[in-house]
Structures are given as C-alpha cells and as structure tokens.
Design a protein around this ligand. Structure first.
Ligand code: AOF
Ligand code: ZN
Length: 365
C-alpha cells in the first residue's frame, strides 16, 4: 500500500467517525458507529447507528446505496461489524451478501456477543484491514469499550473549570459559573453523552444546580443526576428534588438519617447506601451505568482523583478572577495534572475565551 492509499484510508475513516458522532446521546448503552461505502475513490453511500435498537451503521449505509449496489466497493466502518443476530441481523453477513471487495475497520468489538465479524468476512474471501484511525475510534467509545472489559466501576470524566488564579471555587466554597457560552454548550454536550452526572452535596448546597441537558439536543435517556451525600442531607427544597419525578435523582449515602431518607424517597429520590465511594461506583456499574460525568467541587474532585477513579479530566481554563484568597480552595486537585506524570493531553481547543484541555489518565484504577 502506498502512502497515498494509506492517507485516503485515513480520510474515509475520519468521515465515518464524523458520521458516528451524529449518534451522540442516542445510542447508549450501545456504541456510536459510522460507515462509508467507497467505489473508485468516491463515496457512494453513508450511514451511522442513529439510535439504540435501530439499524447498525453498515445496514444504514447499505440501505442508502444507489442501484448498482456495493459489489467490489470498499466499506469503512469505525467498529468491527457484528456477527450476531441481535436486534438486527449480522452486519458481517450483510457485507458478504453485498459482495464488497474490502472492509476497513478502525477498532475491534470487545463485546463477546457481537464480535467475530472480522473472521467471518475473511473466510468469505473479503480483504479486511484493521486499526485505521484506531485511537480516535477507541476514544469516541471509550466508556463502552471499558464497560465491555471491566465491571468494577463506570468510566468517569471529571470536568473542572478554573478561574484566572487556577481555583475551582471561592474561598468560602461557593462555585461560580466561570466559562463562556461556547464552553457551557460543550458541557451540555458532554452531559448528553453521559449516563449520569455526579456532584457532591457541597455543590448542591452552594449552587442548587439543575444538572439537566439544556443547550444540546435531548439525549435518548436523560442522564441520571447523582449526589454524593453521606448523610442524605439533600434539601427537599432543592431544584434537584423538586424535579426528581421528571429526571431521575439519586443520593449516594453512607449513613443516612432514616427520617430524611424516608422524606427523600417519598419525594421521588432514590437513596442508595454503600460503605464508600468505590462501593457506590461498583453498584452503579452493575446497574448499567457506563459513563459518569462528574462536575463537582474541590472535595469530591479530590476524592475521585485520589481514588484513581478518573479516566478523563477536562479542564476549562478561564480568565475570570475569583479573588486573591481563592487559591486555597484548589486543594489537592491540580497537582496530578500540572505535574504531568501519568496524565497525557488528548486534545486542546479554544472555546471562545476559554481553553479546554482533555487529559487522559494513563493508569486509572
Ligand atoms: C455493528 N454496527 O452500528 C453497531 C454495532 O443490541 P444490538 O443487536 O443492536 O447489538 C448491539 C451490539 O452490537 C453492541 O453492543 C456492539 O457490540 C455492536 N454494535 N455493531 O456492527 C453498529 N452499533
Ligand atoms: Zn451490526
């Protein structure tokens, strides 16, 4: 294969990844997948997995083909085509039936139920190449891929916004919205792609947040709103409790007061009890939560980082000052990142006046 061929493969796969992203917020607990059908260097059909339970990306692309069909075409797909009869027939069979010449795959499917497409395609005489734009494809579905391999806890993305001084809260513990409109929209996009949003009781008492998705199209399932709240002190007058019957709220407690627990339950809040943070995370994973977006203050952020529970750290650096004595409120949050060891930068982007940096934890627990 010439360098020009390799560059063309990568470009078509990036197109397939762009298509996959259109399923953002709609496919969980299944992955986002995109597919592109190419003949003579030209795209003749495209498709993506638009919604949980709906047609897979390959099936959508094959359904969009012109009359001549896909005979001898090349198909680019961001995940190994499935080999199982699930909600839809196997994509590998559909590609074989369409008589495509070659299938280019970004990453393999770790789901043992669906895997096997590569072997199936090859035994039907179809040329298969795997690993093109693999890193980007794995990043897109990182929570799904982790969930397929490990059951100890969900994938956790920790989002922090920093003031001009590098603080996440004022000295009195109060948080203040620091980021501009573009970064705010990005946070709502991140919420739409998560199964649950997590804060601590301190954030609720200080800010009374709604934690809903407002600046992005509604996800298929609204993310569960979770509060780490040892004693179950969540006020009945909080926005979260008042809207608990519209979008689910969960209190993660350790030693709840029986009477407040009963009142919260009566208000539609689910109170669960576990001995520690790790216990709560394990229980959430076993209930199907693959991806948590944490938007906490200093204490919960520190607990997540020190526990080794953070897979991705997203920092929005702003130029908004919070005042000279705010730095004390940063606590231990930042050193692991600023020190650099164990964290690598995945992406950096300016969003209006704010700078977003995405860090990957190279050795999460
Ligand atoms: C593909 N193409 O577009 C997707 C795949 O529940 P089902 O029957 O829809 O199957 C879901 C599993 O299939 C999912 O967990 C993953 O392993 C794979 N997803 N496979 O060939 C697609 N979304
Ligand atoms: Zn499939």
């Amino acid at each position: 294969m010439t360098p020009a061929d390799a560059a063309q493969d990568a470009a078509f796969m990036r197109r397939a990844l762009d298509l996959a992203r259109r399923g953002w917020g709609q496919t969980a607990p299944n992955p986002m997948v995109g597919a592109v059908v190419v003949r003579d260097g030209e795209v003749i059909a495209e498709g993506f997995h638009a919604r949980f339970g709906g047609p897979h990306a390959e099936a959508a692309a094959l359904a969009a083909l012109p009359k001549k069909g896909a005979r001898d075409a090349v198909v680019y797909v961001t995940l190994e085509p499935c080999a199982h009869h699930g909600k839809t027939p196997p994509c590998a069979d559909a590609l074989i039936k369409a008589k495509v010449r070659r299938v280019v795959i970004a990453c393999t499917d770790p789901n043992p139920v669906a895997a096997g497409g590569i072997v199936k395609l090859r035994s039907a005489g179809i040329e298969v190449d795997v690993g093109i734009e693999q890193q980007a494809a794995e990043e897109l579905n990182a929570p799904f891929l982790r969930a397929a391999r490990r059951r100890d806890r969900p994938f956790i993305t920790l989002k922090l916004a920093l003031s001009a001084e590098g603080a996440i809260a004022r000295a009195d513990g109060r948080q203040q919205w620091l980021t501009g409109p573009q970064a705010k929209r990005e946070v709502h996009r991140l919420r739409a792609g998560a199964d649950a949003i997590l804060v601590g009781i301190g954030t609720v008492l200080a800010d009374d947040p709604a934690l809903t998705v407002r600046e992005w199209p509604e996800p298929r399932v609204a993310p569960w709103r979770l509060v780490l709240d040892r004693r179950a002190r969540l006020p009945l007058t909080s926005q979260l409790v008042k809207t608990a019957r519209e979008v689910a709220v969960g209190v993660l407690a350790e030693r709840p007061d029986p009477s407040t627990m009963a009142a919260l339950t009566a208000a539609g809040v689910e109170v669960s009890v576990a001995p520690d943070l790790g216990g709560h995370l394990r229980a959430l994973r076993s209930r199907g939560v693959q991806h948590i977006l944490a938007e906490p203050g200093d204490r919960v952020a520190t607990a997540l980082l020190e526990g080794g529970f953070v897979d991705r750290l997203i920092i929005f650096r702003t130029s908004v000052p919070l005042g000279p004595d705010t730095l004390a409120a940063v606590g231990k949050v930042l050193p692991p990142v600023e020190g650099g060891a164990g964290w690598s930068v995945l992406a950096e982007q300016d969003l209006g006046a704010d700078r977003m940096t995405i860090y990957r934890n190279d050795a999460p627990r």
